[in-house]
Design a protein around this ligand. Structure first.
Ligand code: PRX
Length: 633
């Protein structure tokens, strides 16, 4: 099993070793896994191109490490607990052996339906065990999974299916979330009607059993397709650098890009980081509340915990159904030991009152975690006091879809803790701050742009189908460095605090969104000439979406116009991208070269109109007053 650090002294020692000799350090971790063939070289890299290979020519299958290798020692231990949306419905558990058998059956089902190594399979599913099972089934036979969060619209789903030329889609009939039943299969039908010619088969998992239209020769029911499939399936031998999955994420420009992760390095890093950050101990019950549609779910619901032989939980529902005590009820019911959630959920629950957690026995909890966005001090303190009884360690984990695993975080109960600070980098992670010219800022008590200057095993390898974009977005800003897009502060003791994105990416309820994507959607409206979208501070969501819109004629009914714009964004991207505030303007502040001055728009949106700086050099300085006057409260 991968190394588990036990003290701050050990962390310091291991960190120093990992920087002095990264190859030796990672080889030591990697050796604890099952490889079909050993690697010939630990690392081969060049950031410029970028080209990054870990455990070169090593052969493995990640599911043999998640499942097979645990069968002897913990075949009867619970691997997965599933808590349904409706608390009156029975929960389900799978032992490692049961999960292994289900994954093998699903892998045989995929093969029987024409899926081979290298084929792309798209998922559009709720948080049900079949999602985890089928994702692992893909990995078992070397098919590449591309999970799309089931809150995205048909348009967004179609874009992702086309970009990866997926051969199959796996979905459910309906998705139960809170009191709602959402017709998921219908969204898939709509997406496939938009020219997704690569899709040959749709496997539909019966979740709610409501009436669902099936297309002949294309759609099959999961329960029929899996019937009679064998409980064993030989895992396909993969190269360390073969693609494990694609996951789409938003950037500052253009459409979302498919971040590519590969088998070997991702396996080693997710397991190592899981065990160390959460200090998982044999027999613990670990719960991450994320959705598998995001990287957190991939790395820390499925892969990291299963690689480590943990008991991992999946929750189908939402934090407020049937009431705001649901999370705490689940912690009590399943005796959860490690609990990992997003600041936005903490803030939402905090706003609903301190009495909710008090109704439940939270004594099983040992570790609290947060991820996805900066956590404000008030939320951190509430989490510590009300959930952690003032004593439990909180790990604030900073990382990204592109990093594959947690990069900066405390190790629970080991590292020093400071509210709103993620803390120190994990072993093997060489972070640095640079200034706008790319010069490294040395010393403590400094602020700058957060970069990583040496490869780590689970890093992004490429953006699917467009390697140049990967180079340009992440590796071209600063020489020999991966640029994260975040700004950070390093305190006197070298601990890091993430300030937030410095590019045109906003983080709404922990969901990452490109402002350009939202603008493109708004601009689809026939009466819109131009728009600019920025983020602004929001009490619960962290950031809200503020849209400035220039119409082509006077808008008679602004409420109706706003409704139409929100409907378009929902259609193009999904409800998570709907603007919170829309302001109709006659122009946007621009530089003489025609660039929108987002800095000014951000300030106005955040209600900070005192420090706009010098606006006299703008092409249209007069517009600033108008925009300020009409700003939405
Ligand atoms: O801005 C940072 C923020 O989320 C971004 C990455 O988003 P995504 O790829 O969707 O992955 C989210 C889950 C890993 C980062 O660039 N972010 C993530 N974690 C934190 C954070 N900001 C502050 N503190 C964190 N702990």
């Amino acid at each position: 099993m991968t190394q588990q650090i036990k003290s701050l002294e050990e962390y310091k020692k291991v960190y120093a070793e990992s920087v002095e000799n990264p190859e030796k350090f990672w080889a030591k971790q990697a050796k604890t896994f099952t490889w079909r063939k050993p690697w010939t070289k630990v690392l081969d890299y060049e950031f410029k191109s970028p080209k990054v290979k870990w455990f070169v020519k090593g052969k493995l299958n990640i599911t043999e490490n998640c499942l097979d290798r645990h069968l002897e020692s913990r075949g009867d231990q619970t691997a997965l607990i599933w808590e349904p949306n409706d608390p009156s419905q029975a929960y389900r558990t799978y032992t490692y052996r049961e999960l292994y058998e289900e994954v093998c059956r699903a892998a045989n089902m995929l093969k029987a339906n024409g899926i081979k190594k290298g084929d792309r399979v798209c998922f559009y599913m709720p948080m049900v065990p079949e999602l985890t099972i089928a994702v692992l089934a893909c990995a078992r036979i070397g098919a590449i999974h591309s999970v799309v969060f089931a809150g995205f619209s048909a348009n967004a789903l179609a874009d992702r299916i086309k970009d990866a030329s997926c051969k199959m889609v796996i979905c459910s009939d309906y998705n139960s979330r809170g009191a709602k039943n959402i017709p998921v299969k219908k969204v898939v039908d709509d997406a496939l009607a938009m020219g997704c010619d690569s899709v040959e088969t749709v496997i539909v998992h019966k979740n709610t059993g409501e009436k669902t239209a099936m297309k002949r020769r294309r759609d099959i029911w999961w329960h029929k397709a899996i019937e009679g499939q064998r409980k064993t399936c030989r895992a396909t031998q993969m190269d360390s650098e073969d693609i494990l999955f694609i996951l789409y994420t938003s950037g500052s420009t253009g459409k979302p890009k498919g971040v590519v992760h590969t088998c070997g390095g991702y396996m080693v890093y997710t397991c190592f980081s899981f065990k160390n950050v959460f200090q998982y101990k044999e027999g613990d019950v670990y719960w991450c509340t994320a959705d598998i549609g995001w990287i957190t779910g991939h790395s820390y619901i499925i892969y990291g915990p299963l690689l480590a032989g943990a008991t991992t939980m999946m929750f189908e529902g939402v934090p407020t159904f049937p009431d705001a005590g649901r999370f705490w009820h689940i912690c009590e019911k399943h005796r959860v030991n490690q609990f990992y959630t997003a600041p936005t959920a903490i803030r939402a629950l905090m706003a609903l009152g301190d009495h909710w957690p008090k109704h439940y026995d939270l004594n099983s909890l040992k570790v609290l975690g947060t991820v996805g966005e900066p956590i404000n001090e008030e939320a951190w303190n509430w989490y510590k006091k009300e959930i952690g009884k003032g004593t439990l360690p909180i790990v604030d984990t900073w990382w990204q879809t592109e990093t594959g695993g947690i990069m900066i975080s405390g190790l629970a109960g080991i590292s020093p803790e400071k509210a709103t600070f993620a803390g120190y980098p994990l072993p093997g992670v060489q972070v640095c701050l640079v200034n706008a010219d790319g010069k490294e800022i040395r010393g403590n008590g400094k602020e700058g742009l957060l970069c990583i200057k040496f490869p780590w095993p689970s890093m992004i390898r490429t953006t699917y189908g467009d390697h140049e974009r990967c180079r340009q977005v992440y590796f071209s800003a600063f020489e020999d460095k991966y640029f994260t897009g975040d700004g950070a502060r390093r305190d006197r003791k070298g601990m890091y605090r993430i300030i937030g994105r410095v590019d045109d990416v906003i983080n709404v309820s922990g969901h990452r969104m490109g402002t350009a994507e939202v603008e493109n959607a708004i601009n689809e409206h026939e009466n819109v000439v131009e728009s600019a979208v920025v983020g602004y501070p929001h009490d619960i969501k962290g950031q809200g979406i503020y849209a400035y819109v220039i119409p082509n004629a006077k808008i008679k009914n602004e409420a109706a116009f706003q409704k139409e714009l929100r409907a378009i964004v929902t259609r193009e991207i999904g409800p998570i991208a709907k603007p919170d505030k829309i302001q109709v303007v006659s122009g946007l502040p621009k530089t003489r070269s025609g660039k929108i001055m987002r800095r000014i728009l951000r300030k106005i949106a955040s209600g900070d109109t005192k420090n706009l700086g010098d606006v006299s050099t703008l092409l249209n300085p007069e517009i600033v007053k108008e925009v300020m006057k009409g700003a939405k409260k």
